[in-house]
Ligand binder design. Structure first.
Ligand code: MCA
Ligand code: AMP
Length: 498
């Protein structure tokens, strides 16, 4: 009998549809059966994976969720891999998390087979699993580690954020309560499944509630709009870039198509934006076009969701609302004082059962990230007439592009491997579609020349496509301060001028 609350709830909804695609429907009972099979195969006769890390690369949908649940039911820690990653990125995630098994599909296995050989790892192929009907599954204490998500930050290489089953349950429960998830909800899932937004806010909340998920391999604008016009969904969650793309699409459609889509959006009970700042102009444009008031919320891999505009009540453009149930928030001013007044900015610090337990294998970084048990987010905010507003990040080395958090330092380290680049500085520059665009200022080796397209092509085997610079400026020298340190605000000016 499954004993994590998520699985108990799935059992209560066993006859309901969990996933719907053009090819048919898969029920909650099938998710439980399949994940049990996968758990037994992973256990391979053992009693408990004892928090061994299982890296998995499986496209969004029934199989992906069965794998995630199977890993959990065998007592393992799920390490979802990014579908768009490159070989060095896969190798880093798999070796940093010290995964013992890599689980994938036949089609995707070519991306991982050499890494598995090189590091002597068990490679499981979904289509070749067979069946295993014997063996008890372990008991799962909610304090056990459940998942490691890799997040880019102020260190050059991404860090593994470890969440326990209790953290994950708290992240789900607060959203189910605040946003009034129901068993009759239907939601499209097109966000990547190596980040909280897709994993928790969409997939896990839906499955916790007995709702229906329509999975997509990625943001397939045409197919998703077609389903919107069919009234397929009650809830919709996306990053600001996607709303920008939807507005562009609605504005260029025929009147008949637009009316059908607008009708589909109007009928939804809830539309949410998050992962990056939603410009007030996009918020207002969306309301003007569809009548829907987007609910903007704020979150982070380390905390799940923290702040949200209300489900009932004013959804204020440019603001992220108030703390979600169970979340404690405080602002810490530059002086080190806790902010007690409105209109005074400070760093957001967070406490609560949803906050992660540690960075994987990085005890010092974990310790530095907490102050008296409060997690330091590195985001600045201000409270204005009862609503928090995000003001930006403390670090210039963090870029948000299309909802992805990227580390300028990680990208710089890769660019420096280019034979013609002798120095570089990477920053995010304002961009109407992406929020910020990755932009690189480089000093070239003498007598060399570099075009943006050539640089982008060179990057393709080394960086996930969303990390590849979209803008390039070749300069004679990088701006530096008296200490010789590159001054990133001055680098931004280089692009403002160009
Ligand atoms: C794709 N490209 C990008 C990005 N995505 N470039 C910069 N930034 C990006 N985010 C590349 C494409 O690969 C392609 O490259 C070119 O840009 C145009 O691609 P296009 O087809 O227009 O884009 P897309 O494939 O439709 O992807 C856009 C997207 C995607 C749907 C917005 O980026 C996405 O799913 N973003 C969501 C990420 C997310 O879920 N973040 C949550 C993490 P080329 O021209 O070279 O072929 S944050 C989180 O979880 C916290 C907790 C939170 O608060 O939510
Ligand atoms: P990640 O670490 O990838 O989970 O991204 C989390 C970061 O995204 C946060 O620290 C914020 O900087 C940013 N973020 C998430 N939601 C919002 C929002 N609604 N407005 C502004 N920034 C946001």
């Amino acid at each position: 009998m499954p004993e994590l609350e998520l699985f108990k709830r799935a059992l209560a909804h066993e006859n309901a549809v969990a996933f719907r695609t053009d090819h048919g429907e898969r029920h909650y009972s099938e998710l439980l059966e399949c994940s049990e099979q996968i758990a037994r195969i992973l256990l391979d006769g053992g009693r408990d994976l004892d928090e061994s890390r299982i890296a998995f690369l499986i496209p969004t949908g029934f199989d992906h969720t069965s794998a995630q649940w199977g890993i959990w039911r065998a007592g393992g820690v799920a390490v979802p891999l990014c579908l768009a990653a490159t070989t060095p990125e896969y190798e880093y995630t798999i070796t940093d998390s010290d995964a013992s098994v890599v689980f994938t599909t036949r089609e995707l296995s070519e991306k991982l087979v050499d890494i598995c050989k090189q590091h002597n790892l068990r490679l499981l192929i979904l289509e070749d699993l067979g069946s295993e009907s014997n063996g008890e599954l372990p008991e799962l204490n909610p304090e056990r580690r459940a998942m490691i998500l890799y997040t880019s930050g102020t260190t050059s290489k991404p860090k593994g954020v470890v969440s326990t089953h209790r953290n994950i349950q708290a992240q789900i429960e607060m959203l189910v309560k605040a946003w009034e998830w129901q068993a009759d909800d239907r939601i499209p899932l097109f966000l990547p499944l190596h980040h909280i937004h897709g994993i928790i806010n969409v997939m896990s909340c839906a499955l916790w509630s007995g709702a229906v998920i329509e999975p997509f391999a990625g943001f397939d604008l045409e197919r998703i709009l077609k389903r919107v016009a069919d009234d397929a969904y009650t809830v919709f969650m996306a990053v600001p870039t996607i709303y920008v793309k939807l507005i562009q699409a609605l504005e260029t459609q025929s009147a008949e198509q637009r009316d059908r889509n607008i009708n589909g959006f109007q009928k939804m009970r809830l539309m949410i934006s998050g992962s990056a700042a939603l410009p007030a102009s996009i918020h207002e444009k969306w309301t003007e076009l569809t009548g829907q008031k987007l609910l903007e919320r704020y979150g982070m891999t380390e905390i799940g969701m923290g702040l949200s505009n209300p489900f009932h009540g004013e959804r204020r453009p440019g603001a992220v609302g108030q703390p979600l149930p169970g979340v404690e928030i405080r602002l810490k001013a530059e002086t080190g004082e806790v902010v007690t007044n409105e209109d005074e900015p400070g760093e957001i610090q967070v406490k609560g059962p949803a906050v992660f337990s540690e960075y994987w294998n990085r005890p010092e970084v974990t310790a530095e990230s907490f102050e008296d048990a409060w997690f330091r987010t590195g985001d600045m905010a201000v409270l204005e007439t009862g609503y928090y507003r995000i003001m930006g990040r403390l670090s210039v080395d963090i870029i948000k592009s299309g909802g992805y958090k990227l580390s300028a330092l990680e990208i710089e380290a890769v660019l420096l491997q280019h034979p013609d680049i002798s120095e570089c500085a990477v920053i995010g520059t304002p961009d109407d579609t992406w929020g910020e665009a990755v932009s690189a200022a480089v000093v070239l080796a003498q007598g060399t020349d570099l075009e943006l397209e050539a640089l982008r092509n060179w990057c393709r085997d080394r960086l996930s496509v969303y990390k590849i610079p979209k803008r390039l400026s070749c300069v004679n020298a990088l701006p530096r301060n008296a200490m010789g340190k590159v001054t990133k605000p001055a680098v931004k000016d280089l692009f403002a001028e160009s």
